[in-house]
Design a protein around this ligand. Structure first.
Ligand code: BES
Ligand code: MN
Length: 454
């Protein structure tokens, strides 16, 4: 059955690509209110597309952007059930001028599809949709029951899907969750994630005066919030990059020798980081290597910092306020609420006289996730990956986050398979995002084999 489906996918390759192009042309940017109709359009498009290939599908309302839910039930109730999660929303395409083609007019260059959302995540979950289509069109059935949960708010932290998952535990019940929203380490090196980091994201405003002041009249007599905020931020980490917030590392899961030896196989190192980023040198917590810092250690980073006059020329002004956006990537067992409290307290204590700090949490914090690599569902994915890419998978800890994963694991109580179909250089969240055509095709085949292996 799976061979038949693979043949079908190969001979329908052009049409499968065309369908993805149509989907990518919809600018479903969840963060920008002016794209709200486009986000809904993408949900409707996906729903109709899933219906057209033989799934029962509907667009379900949430307090925000809708969720697309679809399913196909195997006649044998004993057949395993797979829940495929993905997201049809995309990051903003800005800055537009740095794209070499229009982000919502997909084109093929150098064997890859260039469009916002091609790799993150439309191309990757479409691989699962197309695997289902290939089975249904070639064999008339699937080897399993399948459910799709495709949300429209992943890129804004998933503010509504948590409640949706909690309220729909029965509808979503399954034996395994399959997520392709990450990357292979290289084109023929399949990569299964056994962990993801969680995320805490907040903004701080430092205020000193009631309004901006003439820097000549008042400079030297009142506190400057930009300077004060810089001093506060400088106290959050030492010169080696170790976070100084009391208690920050208390709950971090330690790595044992066996896991460190396993992680040491991951082909990421100082050179690869410098090559990928253009950074002059690697900088991070002493005593840990690159893959450990990426997946097993938490971070505290300034994502944005602004105050005063930033236009051209000189304006003599003593700003009244300064702002920073700060994120922490969290690892398993850290509690986002406790970490937030600890960071806020450390910043308050570091604040010099004359400054008032106001904090705003920008997203619900999410915990890091850890997955049991030995679970038979994960091993089924490992066999499917080996058959498709020619090599056994490497297991890694990812530094990025997929906010709902932890809830899915807790509510559904089943292992999560995180098998990525993209590549490290896909430019996620950046200009010229792309997804290799070969990645799409192999993704479809890996999905077909995964369903058979289950
Ligand atoms: N697909 C990514 C997660 C990811 C990034 C996996 C890199 C593997 C490698 C996901 O769409 C994403 O961007 N997540 C955000 C979540 C945030 C917006 C709440 C992230 O990690 O920043
Ligand atoms: Mn993303």
């Amino acid at each position: 059955m799976s061979e038949q489906a693979i043949d079908f996918a190969r001979s329908n390759h052009k049409r499968f690509l065309g369908d993805l192009f149509d989907y990518l042309a919809i600018p479903s940017v969840s963060a920008q209110p002016e794209h709200a109709d486009d986000v809904r359009h993408a949900a409707n498009w996906l729903c109709r597309h899933m219906q057209s290939i033989g799934l029962t599908a509907s667009v379900m309302e949430t307090g925000g952007h809708p969720i697309v839910y679809a399913e196909w039930r195997h006649p044998d109730p004993a057949a395993p059930t797979v829940l495929v999660y993905g997201h049809y929303d995309v990051q903003p395409a800005d800055p537009f001028e740095l794209w070499h083609s229009s982000p919502f007019a997909p084109v093929i260059r150098d064997g890859a599809i260039f469009a916002r959302g091609s790799s993150d995540n439309k191309g990757q979950h479409m691989a699962h949709v197309k695997a289902v289509e290939a089975y249904l069109q070639s064999a008339g059935s699937l080897p399993v029951s399948i459910k799709f949960l495709i949300e429209g708010e992943e890129e804004i932290g998933g503010p509504n899907i948590g409640a949706f998952v909690s309220a729909n535990g029965t509808m979503l019940a399954c034996d395994v969750v399959m997520i392709s929203d990450s990357a292979l380490l290289s084109p023929d090196q399949p990569t299964l994630l056994y962990g993801l980091r969680g995320l805490l994201y907040f903004e701080v405003e430092a205020r000193c005066a009631a309004h901006d002041l003439h820097s000549g009249t008042y400079g030297g007599n009142v506190q400057n919030p930009a300077m004060a905020l810089a001093q506060i931020l400088a106290k959050l980490k030492n010169e080696h990059g170790v976070i100084s917030v009391p208690g920050f590392y208390d709950d971090v899961r330690p790595l044992d020798a066996e896991e460190r030896a396993e992680i040491a196989r991951i082909p990421l190192n100082d050179t690869s980081i410098c090559d990928e980023t253009g950074a002059q040198t690697v900088f991070g917590e002493p005593g840990f290597n690159v893959p450990e810092r990426m997946g097993a250690r938490p971070t505290l980073e300034v994502n944005g910092l602004w105050s005063g006059y930033t236009g051209s020329g000189a304006k003599t002004v003593l700003p009244a306020v300064a702002h920073a956006k700060i994120s922490c990537r969290l690892v398993p067992n850290q509690n986002p609420t406790a970490i937030y409290d600890a960071v806020v307290q450390a910043m308050q204590q570091a604040a010099p006289i004359g400054v008032t700090l106001a904090f705003t949490l920008l997203q619900n914090g999410t915990r890091g996730t850890l997955i049991d690599r030995q679970a038979p569902q994960v091993q089924a994915a490992a066999r499917a990956a080996q058959a498709t890419y020619g090599n056994p998978p490497i297991y890694t800890l990812e530094g990025g986050s997929i906010p709902i994963v932890n809830d899915l694991q807790e509510v559904l109580g089943k292992p999560i398979v995180l098998l990525g179909y993209g590549l490290p250089g896909d430019n996620l969240h950046a200009p010229d995002e792309h997804f290799a055509i070969a990645c799409y095709e192999k993704g479809i085949e890996a999905s077909i084999r995964f369903l058979a292996e289950l």
